[in-house]
Design a protein. Structure first.
Length: 531
């Protein structure tokens, strides 16, 4: 049996100019990187008549080690819509080095160390802004899971080596620069947002921003070329924009706004994906990205698998192969909650049953009956095995929903709502929590953020992806729980504040045996262990 990588290597890719032509782009609109990759020039779109493509979000149930396959479904859906003679643009995030080599088996952005270096040089040169070294909030970033870098001490070695202070790293996908990169509308907006970054506070608690360090221009310079969206293709030749890569558990979890807008301008239908379940990626897509970008999603595909529903129904990963209809029924409340989350934003949901070889007809039928009782359309998806042809039923369901036009999208809360109430609204209405407990540092931070004019920003809640609660062990649809917020930090340039819940960390560690341990290149030059 051929592996996924064998199939990928044997696929006949079209020249990227032919792929671009499917979206009405000419070679002059592209910056080519070989035959199969290109960047779309931003100036190529400014005078082009927009098509106003219809926006479809792919989200899912709470993830489990069994896998849900949102990206597989998103790719299959885009290919199937193309088979239905639609001009399709697929918009996805870039994979990040840390998860690929850690658990999942370089994101765009960067620029983070630039502002860190300028900040520490500012302290070394006399600190004319009166920046308090004890209140520096800006951390360095590295695109790899490295728990040893969570807390560090820098500037040791005497006066010539800088000002000694505590510091730390976070993973690039959680950095504010990544969020800014993915939410910027154009180069001018990028520079303005970078300038708003808060790097720390003075001794009288006034914020110090990147523009005061004169760092925003250099950061924009580093990111300017990256801002043009990357154009590649699926194995079936559907145009795909893979651009930007924030995580959804500790960041806002969506590809770049620019790529999505390009897809909307050029395509009939845009298929995009938000990370993890609807409680994380979809909520942030709706409340942050759509609010910032004035986007109007019309359909949301909620991906579920029999395997993951069994795990939410109490079955361990080692016992997923045998038929267990009762366990499937036990996991359906998790799916039901994610359907409910999507509906709270006024977006019609469609359930995609991502089919695995071990699924039985009885198990699939149990989910279909439950969806019928909930009044939600369900379609089986076999994109992994059959590509676009295996996802035609889902594509047809999406097209029917777009034609009916029953959506009435709106964010969950108004901007003027206080930060505490925003966090409580998400916790209660999205997660299903009874309430929120704010630890003392969180309350002090919220008071500080509101005092400097950040109270009307949306909230980006950093939470475990494995549970609707902030406890990764609570699977299914837990009840009677409360969310604990231990701190709230500003992402002033990105335009939101981050609420840290439970034990979630912005610098993950590697597992006992990282995925990287099984990766190599064989004697024929083929990659082994990456897929």
């Amino acid at each position: 049996m051929r592996s996924d990588v064998d199939i990928a290597q044997e696929a006949s890719l079209a020249p990227i100019t032919e792929v671009a032509a499917k979206l009405g782009l000419e070679e002059a609109d592209l910056e080519l990187f070989g035959r199969h990759k290109a960047k779309v020039r931003l100036d190529a779109l400014r005078h082009r008549e927009p098509r106003r493509g219809r926006l479809v979000l792919v989200t899912g149930t709470s993830p489990t080690p069994a896998g849900e396959g949102k990206t597989t479904v998103a790719v299959g859906l885009a290919d199937a819509l193309s088979l239905r003679d639609k001009r399709v643009a697929l918009c996805l995030r870039e994979p990040s080095l840390g998860p690929v080599f850690g658990i999942k088996g370089g994101a765009a952005g960067g620029g983070y160390s630039q502002v860190s270096a300028m900040l520490d040089n500012h302290l070394q040169q006399g600190d004319p802004l009166d920046l308090d070294p004890r209140r520096v909030t800006w951390k360095r970033a590295v695109d790899m899971n490295d728990r040893a870098l969570r807390r560090t001490v820098i500037g040791l070695g005497g006066p010539g080596s800088g000002v000694p202070r505590e510091d730390g790293f976070l993973i690039t996908a959680a950095s504010e620069v990544m969020a800014i990169f993915c939410l910027a509308a154009d180069p001018e907006d990028l520079e303005e947002r970078l300038g708003r970054i808060i790097v720390g506070y003075t001794r009288d608690r006034s914020p110090v921003r990147a523009r005061e360090l004169e760092a925003s221009g250099a950061m924009t310079l580093l990111l300017a070329d990256a801002l043009s969206p990357n154009l590649v293709q699926t194995l079936e030749g559907t145009p795909a924009f893979i651009h930007g890569g924030p995580f959804a558990n500790i960041a806002h979890g969506c590809n770049s706004l620019i790529a999505t807008r390009v897809g909307i301008q050029l395509g009939d239908v845009v298929v995009t994906e938000a990370g993890f379940g609807a409680d994380l990626g979809a909520e942030k897509f709706f409340d942050i990205k759509c609010r910032v970008g004035d986007l109007e999603p019309e359909v949301a595909v909620v991906v579920a698998t029999i395997r993951s529903l069994k795990m939410h129904g109490g079955v361990p990963k080692t016992e997923l192969e045998g038929e267990n209809v009762e366990a499937v029924r036990g996991g359906i409340p998790n799916l039901e909650k994610h359907i409910d989350i999507v509906r709270r934003f006024g977006v019609p949901p469609i359930v995609a049953l991502n089919r695995f070889h071990s699924d039985t007809e009885s198990e699939l039928a149990a989910v279909e009956r439950a969806c019928a009782e909930l009044g939600v359309t369900v379609a089986r998806s076999e994109g992994h095995a059959r590509g676009g042809k295996g996802t035609l039923d889902l594509a047809d369901a999406v097209l029917v929903a777009l034609e009916e036009g029953e959506g009435n999208f709106a964010p969950l809360y108004p901007e003027e709502m206080p930060l505490v109430q925003k966090i409580e609204t998400v916790a209660r209405e999205v997660y299903g929590a009874e309430g929120v407990d704010f630890q003392s540092p969180a309350r002090k931070s919220i008071e500080q953020l509101e005092s400097i004019g950040l109270g009307e920003l949306p909230v980006c809640i950093a939470k475990t992806q494995y549970s609707l609660s902030d406890d990764p062990a609570l699977l299914g649809r837990p009840e009677g729980f409360r969310i604990t917020v231990r701190n709230v930090t500003p992402s002033a340039g990105a335009g939101f504040v981050v609420a840290l819940t439970g034990d979630v960390l912005t610098m993950p560690g590697l597992p006992k045996r990282p995925a990287a341990a099984g990766m190599s290149v064989d004697s024929d030059g083929r990659v082994v262990g990456l897929f």
